[in-house]
Design a protein around this ligand. Structure first.
Ligand SMILES: [Zn+2]
Length: 824
C-alpha cells in the first residue's frame, strides 16, 4: 500500500503556535507587497509601490487549525453586517465580537447557531477560529471508499449559497439516488492519433496509466476518446471485458464536412446513440471487479498503441474542434443523467486544430516572420526589433473566439479542460489556449521528443489538484478596495469580492491590487490601527486517511471552507513603507499587471508601461532618499529579467512557447514569479555531516538577494571555484568549475550535492512541472550554453524603445531618466 501520510489536502494542523507570528518569516497564504501601507492616497501615488496581495489559498506552510465534528457550518460565528467570519483579529468578549473587517459588533447569539460561544470568555478565546489566523471546517463530507467494498454516505449537511452557480449540477440532481454517484466526476482523455508514432502512443498510454494512479480510491469515471483523420473513436468498456475483442466494432463516428452549409458539418451519429449506456464509455474506477484497472489499461493499449493500421490523417487535418464538441455534449449528457457532476478533460494534441469548427490559423506564421522572431544569434537591428514586436503582438491575438466561448461553457458546466500539446511546429496556440485558461485547466507544451516528462507531469497535475469548484471571497477593511484580480479566476458578476476558481493546486496563487476608497486613505479609527483582509475559500477536495483501527485507506470527499485573516500596518512614514516591502510579492503583482496590459494593449505597450513604472518607482525612492537593496539591486534585475523574458520580449522564443509560459506565470507564487524573471545563482558548499548545507532554504526568504544569492554575471561564475547552482523556473543548471569540482560531476548518488539537487526538485514537486537538471563542466568539454543562457546580465540586444542594450546599458539609460525625473 502506498503511503498517504502527506496526501491530506491541507498542511499539518498545529496548535502550539503563538497567536501573532514572529516578524520576518514569510507569511503564509497572504503576502502583502508591503505590510506598512501608505497612510493616504497621495503618498500611495507618490511612491509607486503597487499595493496588493499575493494569495496562495492552500499554502502548505499555513498553520491551519481544523475544526472537527462541526454539526453545521452555521455554528461558526459570522458578522451580522458584512457576513465575515470571526477571526483572531476580531475583538471578542463574553457576549459577542467586533468584526475585524467592518467593525460591526455582533452578539454571539445572533452570529451563530448552537451553543458554541456560550461557555465564557476563556473558552471562547481557546476556540480554533479565534486563536489562529487560519482555520477550516467541513461543510459536507461523504465517504467514497473505506477500503472495504461497501460505500455509504455520511451526513451531508450541505448549504448551497444562492450564487453558487458552479454547483448547480449537484443541486439539480440532489433527488437522484446514490449520493456518491451524483457527485462523482469523470476524467476524459481525448487523444490525437494523427501522425502519432509508436513512442508517442506509448507515452500517452503511460500518462493515462499515471492519471488513473493519481485518482486512486476516488469514485471517478474514466473515458478515452481518440481521433485520427475523420474518425472519432471511444473505448467501449462494456466490450473489453468480453473475450472476443476482435469482433467488437467499438464506438466509431465518421466526420463529414462535404455539405455546402458548414453548420451541417459534423458526425453522422452521436456517441450516445451508439452505446447502450453512458457507463459503457465512462467506466467507474471504483468497480469491485478485481483487476478492472488492468482491463482498462489493456483496452487503452489496444486502442492507442496497438492500432497503427488506420491511414495517417495528416493530410486531412486535425478535427479537434468537432471532437471536443462531441465529447463535451456527451459529458453534459452524463451530468444530466446523474452519472457525474463534473469532469476534467485531458486533451493530448499533436498540433493545432486544423479542420472543422475551431480550426486554428496554423498557417499564419510565415517563414520570413519566423526567421526574425527566432533570430537568436546574429545581432538584430532596431528595425528587426520593431518588426518583431508588431508581429509577436499580432500573433498573440486569437484568430477567433471559439475556444474562449467553449471554455466559458465548460466553466459553467464544471468541466475543466487541460490541453497538452506535443509538437515542434507553429500551431497557433494563442487561439487554442483560452480553452484551458477559461475553463480553469492547465496548458502544457512539449517538444516532439522521446524524453519529455509528460507521464510525471500528468500524475502531478491530477494528484496536486487539491481543490475543485472553489470560490474565493475577499473581505477587506472598508477603505481598501480591490482594483484588479489576476490569475486563473473569474470575478462573480453579481457579488464584488467573490471569485470562482475551477481548480486550485497547493501552489496556485492569485494576485490582487488595491485602491483606497477615498483620497483620505486609511483611517486609523476605522481600522483600529490595522487594515485587514479576510479570505473565505470554499472548495471540494478528496482526502485519503489511514484508518488506525483497520489500516485501510479511507477516501472522503469534502466540501471545505478555509478562513484566513491577516492584517497590515499603517505606515508612519515613507521610509516605513519601504522597510516593509516584499520584493518578490511586488514582482508577482507587476508580472501579472504586465500580462494584463499585454493582453489588452500588446506586449510593446506592456514593456513601455513596465519601464515607465520602474523609472517612476526608482525616482520616488531617490526623492525620498530610500536606497534599500531591493530598490537599487533587486527590482532593477527583476524588471530587466521580465523585459527579457519570453512573456514580454518579442524575439528569441517561439510564439507558442510564449503562450505556454504565460499560462504558467498566471499560477506562479511570489517566489516563483521572481525566479521566472531572474534565476537564482548560489554557490554550493558542503558542510560536515549532520549540518544543513550552506544554501539558504528557499522557504523563508522573501528577498531575492538574501544570503547566498548572487547577481548573474560571468564575473561571479568565472571567479567561483566549485559548484554553482542556477535555478530558473523550469531548469536547474549545475555548473562545475575547477578540476576538483569537475571530478565530482555528476554527483555520486546520495552525496550532499545529490541530496541538495533532489531537495530543490522536490520543492518544485508541489507544482506540476519538475524542473529538468543540466550538469555542465565549465572549462571542460561541455557546451557552456545552458549557463550562458542564464547569465541575464550578460545578455545583449535588448531593443526596447530607447534601445536598451544589455543590463548594464539598461541601468545606465534608466539611471539618466531616473535622475531627470527625481530632479523635477
Ligand atoms: Zn463585518
Amino acid at each position: 500500500m502506498r503511503p498517504f501520510a502527506d496526501e491530506n489536502a491541507s498542511p499539518a494542523v498545529m496548535d502550539d503556535k503563538p497567536r501573532s507570528s514572529s516578524k520576518r518569516a514569510t507569511p503564509a497564504v497572504v503576502r502583502w507587497t508591503t505590510t506598512a501601507l501608505p497612510r493616504d492616497a497621495e503618498l500611495k501615488r507618490e511612491l509607486h509601490i503597487p499595493l496588493g496581495i499575493v494569495v496562495n489559498p492552500l499554502d502548505r506552510r499555513a498553520v491551519c487549525r481544523r475544526i472537527a465534528r462541526l454539526k453545521s457550518p452555521e455554528r461558526i460565528a459570522r458578522c451580522s453586517s458584512c457576513y465575515g467570519y470571526v477571526s483572531a483579529h476580531c475583538r471578542v468578549n463574553a457576549n459577542g465580537f467586533r468584526c475585524c473587517a467592518c467593525g460591526t459588533y455582533t452578539l454571539w447569539r445572533d452570529a451563530a447557531k448552537g451553543s458554541r460561544y456560550s461557555k465564557g470568555l476563556a473558552a471562547i478565546q481557546a476556540l480554533p477560529e479565534i486563536s489562529g489566523e487560519t482555520y477550516e471546517f467541513d461543510v459536507a463530507v461523504e465517504t467514497i471508499s473505506d477500503g472495504k467494498s461497501e460505500v455509504e454516505t455520511e451526513e451531508a449537511s450541505e448549504t448551497l449559497e444562492a450564487n453558487d452557480w458552479r454547483r448547480r449540477a449537484v443541486r439539480n440532481d440532489a433527488s437522484t439516488a446514490g449520493t456518491s454517484r451524483r457527485n462523482a466526476r469523470a476524467i476524459v482523455a481525448i487523444v490525437d492519433l494523427n501522425g502519432a508514432g509508436e513512442e508517442y502512443c506509448e507515452l500517452v498510454k503511460l500518462a493515462l496509466g499515471s492519471a488513473m494512479e493519481a485518482l486512486d480510491g476516488e469514485d471517478a469515471r474514466f473515458g478515452v476518446f481518440t481521433f485520427r483523420g475523420d474518425t472519432l473513436e471511444a473505448i467501449d468498456f462494456s466490450d473489453v471485458g468480453a473475450k472476443d475483442v476482435q469482433d467488437v466494432d467499438g464506438v466509431r463516428l465518421k466526420y463529414f464536412d462535404s455539405h455546402a452549409n458548414p453548420r451541417k458539418h459534423g458526425f453522422i451519429r452521436r456517441v450516445q446513440d451508439v452505446v447502450s449506456s453512458i457507463g459503457d464509455v465512462l467506466t467507474s474506477l471504483l468497480t469491485p471487479t478485481p483487476g478492472w484497472k488492468d482491463v482498462i489499461s489493456d483496452a487503452i493499449d489496444d486502442r492507442i498503441v496497438g492500432d497503427m493500421s488506420t491511414t495517417d490523417g495528416r493530410s486531412e487535418g486535425r478535427i479537434f474542434g468537432p471532437v471536443l464538441d462531441e465529447v463535451l455534449s456527451f459529458i453534459e449528457q452524463a451530468v444530466d443523467d446523474g452519472f457525474i457532476s463534473s469532469a476534467r478533460v485531458l486533451a493530448f494534441l499533436r498540433g493545432g486544430p486544423s479542420r472543422g469548427v475551431g480550426s486554428c490559423d496554423v498557417g499564419r506564421l510565415s517563414k520570413s516572420v519566423a526567421d526574425v522572431l527566432l533570430h537568436e544569434n546574429a545581432r538584430p537591428t532596431m528595425e528587426d526589433f520593431e518588426f518583431a514586436s508588431r508581429e509577436a503582438d499580432s500573433l498573440m491575438i486569437p484568430a477567433h473566439d471559439h475556444y474562449e466561448s467553449v471554455g466559458e461553457r465548460c466553466l459553467i458546466r464544471g468541466v475543466e479542460v487541460d490541453v497538452v500539446v506535443t509538437s515542434d511546429d507553429f500551431n497557433d496556440l494563442t487561439t487554442l489556449a483560452p480553452l484551458a485558461e477559461r475553463s480553469g485547466g492547465t496548458f502544457l507544451l512539449y517538444p516532439n521528443a522521446q524524453n519529455i516528462p509528460i507521464v510525471g507531469d500528468i500524475y502531478r497535475l491530477l494528484r496536486n489538484e487539491k481543490a475543485i469548484n472553489a470560490t474565493l471571497r475577499i473581505r477587506s477593511t472598508a477603505d481598501l478596495e480591490i482594483a484588479n484580480a489576476y490569475g486563473s479566476l473569474h470575478a462573480d458578476k453579481a457579488y464584488p469580492g467573490l471569485y470562482h476558481i475551477a481548480s486550485c493546486a497547493t501552489k496556485d496563487t492569485f494576485a490582487f491590487d488595491f485602491d483606497y476608497a477615498t483620497s483620505a486613505g486609511l483611517e486609523e479609527d476605522l481600522n483600529g490601527g490595522y487594515p485587514k483582509i479576510q479570505l473565505a475559500f470554499e472548495y471540494t477536495c478528496i482526502t485519503r486517511d489511514v484508518d488506525r483501527a483497520t489500516g485501510e485507506v479511507v477516501v472522503h470527499r469534502r466540501r471545505r471552507r478555509r478562513i484566513h485573516s491577516c492584517r497590515a500596518n499603517i505606515a508612519r512614514s515613507a521610509r516605513d513603507v519601504y522597510k516593509h516591502v516584499d520584493a518578490n510579492a511586488v514582482m508577482c503583482v507587476l508580472a501579472r499587471q504586465a500580462l494584463m496590459t499585454a493582453d489588452e494593449e500588446g506586449s510593446t505597450e506592456a514593456r513601455r508601461a513596465l519601464v515607465d513604472w520602474f523609472i517612476a518607482f526608482s525616482s520616488a525612492a531617490r526623492k525620498t532618499s530610500n536606497t534599500f537593496e531591493f530598490v537599487t539591486d533587486v527590482v532593477p534585475r527583476l524588471v530587466y529579467g521580465l523585459l527579457r523574458s519570453k512573456i514580454l520580449h518579442p524575439m528569441g522564443s517561439h510564439p507558442d512557447a510564449r503562450v505556454a509560459a504565460r499560462s504558467r506565470l498566471l499560477r506562479f507564487d511570489a517566489d516563483d514569479s521572481a525566479t521566472y524573471a531572474y534565476p537564482e545563482l548560489r554557490a554550493f558548499e558542503e558542510c560536515n555531516e549532520g549540518e544543513e548545507n550552506a544554501i539558504d532554504g528557499t522557504n523563508g526568504s522573501s528577498s531575492l538577494f538574501s544570503k547566498g544569492r548572487m547577481p548573474l554575471r560571468r564575473q561571479e561564475v568565472e571567479a567561483a571555484n566549485g559548484v554553482l547552482l542556477i535555478r530558473g523556473d523550469d531548469e536547474v543548471v549545475v555548473a562545475y568549475i575547477g578540476p576538483e569540482a569537475v571530478a565530482s560531476c555528476p554527483p555520486a548518488h546520495g552525496s550532499a550535492l545529490d541530496r541538495e539537487i533532489r531537495r530543490i526538485r522536490e520543492q518544485s514537486f508541489e507544482g506540476t512541472f519538475l524542473p529538468r537538471v543540466t550538469h555542465v563542466r565549465l572549462g571542460g568539454a561541455d557546451d557552456p550554453s545552458p549557463v550562458d543562457a542564464r547569465l541575464v546580465e550578460e545578455l545583449e540586444s535588448e531593443f526596447a524603445p530607447g534601445a536598451y542594450d544589455g543590463f548594464v546599458d539598461f541601468c545606465a539609460r534608466a539611471g539618466e531618466e531616473i535622475d531627470r525625473v527625481a530632479r523635477r
